[in-house]
Each structure stands twice: as structure tokens, then as C-alpha cells.
Design a protein around this ligand. Structure first.
Ligand code: CA
Length: 325
């Protein structure tokens, strides 16, 4: 039975219309080290992730830096260092700090800003370690250095965060990110880079007005509970394929609560789009799977995704390695 199952897995992966699925290190190997630190990126590289993710926001002086949110709360000691720099909503914004100021902060494992408790209790202990914020340019240079010293090329997967919010605040993030990417050799579809964004209008702008010719992925949130997935409506995916190379849906949008594929991946493939789903976490498994092996089989084999964002890239790499020659 075990052998027959293994052969079925192999056959499914081998006949997939697309190349071997990609393992994308979500905020680095963030299951093991604080997210978006260079240390987490180094570990992801060592764990043989195919791509490593950078979320990007702007500083007050318009430098793209690698952080998940427009807020600093919960991932560094900003409340201790700059207590009077909160906005009226009580939050600290990256955009209110210069790069020089941000460089003085210590980054830590993510905490809930309300309770102060670590979001994932089993992970790296919050408040320990010496970690810093890196600029996008610094991270790309760092990864290029690791590629050179290890002889293994790793791709990058930057996300432009909240472009409309940045513009309302008087800052235009996308051209600045594209400048950094182009300076570091990422500009064409053949380059190992996927640029991602949740903002469908900005994705159009990146492809049109801003002339981005590299690969582009539109991120999408949860589907509405009470209706069919709007991405499956006639012509929607085909329309998207005129602009983007792929979509990035949550896991729940590719495997349903009954454990069966929703049909989104097959429909995306028919439209010529790849599907990179988010996010696989050992310590927060999707509701449809009781263990990591089952979850990975459902995603990679049953649903047939082309890539998976994971806080634990090593688990995905190991699983895929065992499942294919
Ligand atoms: Ca992201």
C-alpha cells in the first residue's frame, strides 16, 4: 500500500502541467527565527527554499525596508525606544521613522500588541537575540552573497504592501521597489523573482504605467463564506492572465473544509496561471488536515498547487524530496 501510494504521488507530480512545486519561505524561515530578519532569511536559504519572501514598506525618507506591516507594533522595541511617537490610533508606523531611527530598533519574535504574548508560543523566544531591520537592497545583496558562497541560486518574492495607503500618506512605494529590484538584476520573467501585491489596481499599474516586465502575482484574500468563489466566475481568471502570471490565494481557497480541492487550481491552470498558496505552518495547520503530511499531500498532490508559502520551508522541501525522484 505504501509503495502504491508513493507511486501514485510520483505519477501525479510528474504529470502535472507545471514544473515541480516551489517552496517559498514565508518571511524567511519564520517558524524558527523572527520574521524578516536576515537570520531567518539565511536559515531559509540553508533549508533550500526555492524562493524567499520580502514584504516591503517605506520609511519616512522613502527607503524600502523589509517588514510585514505598515505598523511596527509587536515585532520590535519601538514602544520602549520612542514612546511618544504613536499616532492617535495608538499605533507606531514605519512611515513615521527615518531609516536611521529604524536601525536603532531591536527586532523580536512577533507578539500580540494588545496582550504582549508571543503569537506562536513554541517559536523563538520573544525579546531574546539581537536582530535588526534590513532594507530591501540590503536583503537582496545578502541573498546574492549567500547564492555565491553556496553555489545555489535562490529566488526572491517581494510583496508591495498597501500601495494605496502609502500614496494617501504622500509616498509612492511601487516605483521605489522596482528601482531596487532592477538595480539588483530582477527585471524580466526569466529572472528568479515574483513580485506580489494584494491591490489589483496596483498590479495593473505595475504592468502598465510602471513597466514591470518580471513575473507578477496577484494575492487574494479569503473567499466569501456564503457564495461560490468569485474567481471561478466566467472569464475572471482569463482576464487576470492578461496581466499576471499567477495568483496567491489562502489555503482555504484551494482545499475546501471537506478536504477536497475547490477547483480553483485547475481553473487557474486552464487560464494559464500558476497558483502559489499561503501559508503553511506546522503550529497552525489548516482546518482540513490533521497533520503536516496530510496537509502537504492535499495541497501539492490533490489540489496541485505550483508553490506554497511556508513558515517552515524545510518541512515542505523534505516532503517534496521524498515524493519525487
Ligand atoms: Ca507577504
Amino acid at each position: 500500500m505504501v509503495i502504491r501510494h508513493a507511486l501514485m504521488v510520483l505519477a501525479t507530480l510528474a504529470t502535472a502541467a507545471h514544473a515541480a512545486p516551489l517552496v517559498i519561505a514565508h518571511r524567511g524561515a519564520s517558524g524558527y527565527l523572527p520574521e524578516h530578519t536576515l537570520e531567518a532569511k539565511a536559515l531559509a536559504h540553508a533549508q533550500a527554499a526555492d524562493f524567499i519572501e520580502q514584504d516591503v514598506v517605506l520609511t519616512k525618507d522613502d527607503v524600502p525596508v523589509v517588514l510585514h506591516d505598515i505598523h511596527l507594533d509587536g515585532v520590535c522595541d519601538v514602544a520602549d525606544r520612542f514612546p511618544d511617537r504613536r499616532r492617535s490610533d495608538g499605533r507606531f508606523y514605519v512611515l513615521d521613522f527615518t531609516l536611521d531611527e529604524l536601525r536603532t530598533l531591536r527586532v523580536c519574535e512577533r507578539r500580540d500588541p494588545q496582550t504582549g504574548r508571543q503569537v506562536y508560543p513554541g517559536r523563538f523566544p520573544a525579546g531574546t537575540g539581537i536582530f535588526r531591520i534590513a532594507t530591501l537592497a540590503e536583503e537582496l545583496e545578502f541573498l546574492a552573497g549567500l547564492d555565491r558562497s553556496t553555489g545555489r541560486r535562490t529566488g526572491v518574492y517581494p510583496e508591495i504592501k498597501q500601495p494605496a495607503w502609502h500614496r494617501r500618506e504622500g509616498h509612492d512605494i511601487s516605483p521605489l521597489v522596482l528601482d531596487v529590484l532592477r538595480t539588483h538584476g530582477f527585471a524580466a520573467k526569466a529572472d528568479p523573482c515574483f513580485l506580489q501585491c494584494f491591490d489589483a489596481d496596483e498590479v495593473q499599474r505595475l504592468r502598465g504605467e510602471l513597466g514591470w516586465q518580471g513575473r507578477l502575482v496577484l494575492l487574494v484574500g479569503e473567499a466569501p463564506d456564503d457564495a461560490a468563489d468569485p474567481l471561478l466566475a466566467d472569464g475572471v481568471l482569463a482576464n487576470l492572465a492578461a496581466t499576471v502570471d499567477g495568483i496567491g490565494p489562502p489555503l482555504s481557497r484551494v482545499v475546501g473544509p471537506d478536504g477536497r480541492p475547490t477547483g480553483l487550481v485547475a481553473a487557474a491552470h486552464r487560464a494559464g496561471l500558476v497558483v502559489h498558496a499561503y501559508t503553511f505552518r506546522r503550529d497552525k495547520l489548516p482546518a482540513f488536515a490533521a497533520d503536516t503530511d496530510t496537509a502537504l499531500r492535499m495541497l501539492f498532490v490533490d489540489a496541485g498547487i505550483d508553490g506554497l508559502f511556508s513558515d517552515f520551508p524545510d518541512l515542505c522541501v523534505t516532503w517534496l524530496h521524498a515524493a519525487r525522484p
